[in-house]
Ligand binder design. Structure first.
Ligand SMILES: Cc1cc2nc3c(=O)[nH]c(=O)nc-3n(C[C@H](O)[C@H](O)[C@H](O)COP(=O)(O)OP(=O)(O)OC[C@H]3O[C@@H](n4cnc5c(N)ncnc54)[C@H](O)[C@@H]3O)c2cc1C
Length: 453
């Protein structure tokens, strides 16, 4: 019997597909890495179905890759050839809701924006927005990549909001990890171990989240700077003064040019910071005044935006604008993170590196958390150029590690950053392998991602 025929004994036929077009969708994520078609895609609707499918795969040593929306950027959602894709985007129920405790339990396929739409009526929200993918990214995918976004500077990343998880391990056992207490000193923190594990330790089938109150008011401003290093220094200075910022986004001059080319915004082509403050009006006013002082000490002055232009709408187009610069070229991206005081040095380093090699590097990101994207465009069909861009990318990552940073502050390791993982974690990778074997003794859960076992 084929895998699909066997699975038909576990879930209704309508929840299984071997159709080429559906296998092709399941073969990829949003990275530029080549796709790999699985043998079959299954859409479970209950935890019990997930457990039965995983037990079947464990018996037959078949790889299982869990899929939410497939918006990951490092290949973590690309399945193994001939394996099973467990697409949990059909599991979208709200299982429990405790607004008085600012908590909710949801299934993993619920989309970030849909959750916040539901919560809005009670004045609540789940803050760690995954930026431009909020309209597609699932809560399960956010947990598995520890996603974060523009508001993480004030509110933290996904990890800071997970109280409990229901998990199906690699043997098909259903486990409940954590509970609803917001402070715990009880035992090992297995919830945090699962967050960011990219589907390699289990399939998350429910998530109990902490929530936050929607801020009373918001204020958005934008500043322009004479050069990138001044803008980057202003970020670390604002953090040093303890300024309560909800978001700080950095855009270099090259990105501003690219945004004008794509959208005709008429922006001044200078490095910029987009800021947002949350709170009561009096607090917003005093915070924004202090931010203005810090910016002005570094040559920053307000950036005028045309009527109707909003900073986050402009920022939303960053990646598309860069892609648009050289049609037919592919993007090489990274999402390094380091101590905030190193931001000016890293921005300067990326630009110098690119200029010396004749490759245009754009830098931007949620810099309030020391997170920087250095995106470059190169022609995959031109091996010299592509290899040079890869080398630059590796140099940026190596420099980040020297400065005490991490390969990935946002998108995870997947396949894209696997080669450098050991460089960051050293001998502890062996400990991770041992942990992996406890959750997944048959090595079937998203094999080949993060590290080889
Ligand atoms: C335009 C764009 C902008 C983005 N901006 C951001 C950003 O600002 N910040 C950010 O952090 N990311 C960003 N991303 C990346 C991506 O959206 C996030 O990583 C998101 O959290 C992935 O969610 P997903 O549902 O698409 O997960 P998928 O891509 O489906 O899966 C991601 C990983 O999680 C695993 N997984 C998924 N669901 C489960 C589950 N239930 N149980 C166990 N494992 C599971 C998968 O196997 C895979 O390893 C962006 C992506 C795009 C395309």
């Amino acid at each position: 019997m084929s895998i699909a025929e066997d699975l038909a004994g576990l879930v209704p036929d309508a929840q299984i597909s071997t159709q080429t077009d559906q296998l092709e969708v399941a073969a990829r994520d949003e990275s530029t890495l080549p796709g790999v078609a699985p043998a079959v895609v299954v859409w479970p609707t209950t935890t019990e179905q997930v457990a039965e499918i995983v037990r079947y795969c464990a018996q037959h040593t078949l790889p299982v890759t869990t899929r939410g929306a497939g918006s990951a950027l490092e290949g973590s959602t690309i399945p193994s050839e001939g394996g099973v894709v467990l697409d949990v985007s059909t599991m979208t129920k709200e299982r429990n809701y405790w607004p008085e405790d600012l908590q909710i339990e949801v299934e993993p396929g619920l989309i970030y924006d849909h959750l916040n739409e539901r919560l809005k009526r009670d004045g609540l929200f789940f803050p760690p927005s995954p930026g431009g993918s909020g309209d597609i990214a699932t809560i399960g995918g956010m947990v598995s990549t520890n996603a974060s976004g523009i508001y993480s500077v004030k509110y933290g990343g996904t990890r800071d909001y997970i109280l409990a998880l229901e998990l199906v391990t690699g043997t098909g056992e259903i486990m409940r990890l954590g509970n609803r207490a917001i402070k715990r000193s009880s035992g090992y923190n297995l919830v945090e171990l699962i967050v960011g594990s990219e589907g390699t330790l289990g399939v998350v089938t429910s998530i109990t989240l902490r929530l936050a109150g929607i801020p009373e008011d918001r204020l958005q401003t934008a500043y322009k700077f004479p050069d990138e290093v001044s803008a980057a220094t202003a970020v670390s200075e604002m953090r040093r003064y303890g300024l309560d910022l909800a978001a700080i986004e950095f855009l270099d001059r090259r990105l501003m040019e690219a945004l004008n080319q794509l959208k005709d915004y008429g922006l001044e082509e200078v490095p910029a910071l987009f800021l947002e403050f949350h709170g009561p009006k009096a607090v917003l006013d005093s915070n924004s005044e202090l931010a203005a002082e810090v910016c002005s000490e570094l040559g920053g002055v307000p950036l005028e935006l045309a009527d109707g232009q909003r900073p986050w709408e402009i920022r939303h187009w960053a990646t598309d604008a860069i892609k648009h610069r050289k049609p037919g070229h592919s993007i090489l991206r990274n999402d390094v993170a380091f101590p905030i005081s190193k931001l000016p040095e890293m921005v300067a380093y990326c630009h110098e590196l690119g200029d010396e090699a004749g490759i245009l590097i754009h830098t931007f990101g949620h810099v309030g958390m020391g997170l920087l994207h250095a995106l470059m465009l190169a022609d995959r069909d031109n091996p010299d150029q592509w290899n040079t861009a890869m080398e630059l990318n590796n140099k940026i990552i190596a420099r980040t590690l020297e400065l005490g940073g991490t390969i990935s502050g946002e998108h995870g390791i997947g396949l894209g950053h696997k080669d450098m993982f050991e460089q960051e974690h050293g001998a502890s990778v062996e400990l991770m392998r041992r942990i992996k074997r406890q959750f997944d003794p048959h090595g079937i859960l998203n094999p080949g991602k993060i590290f080889d076992i």
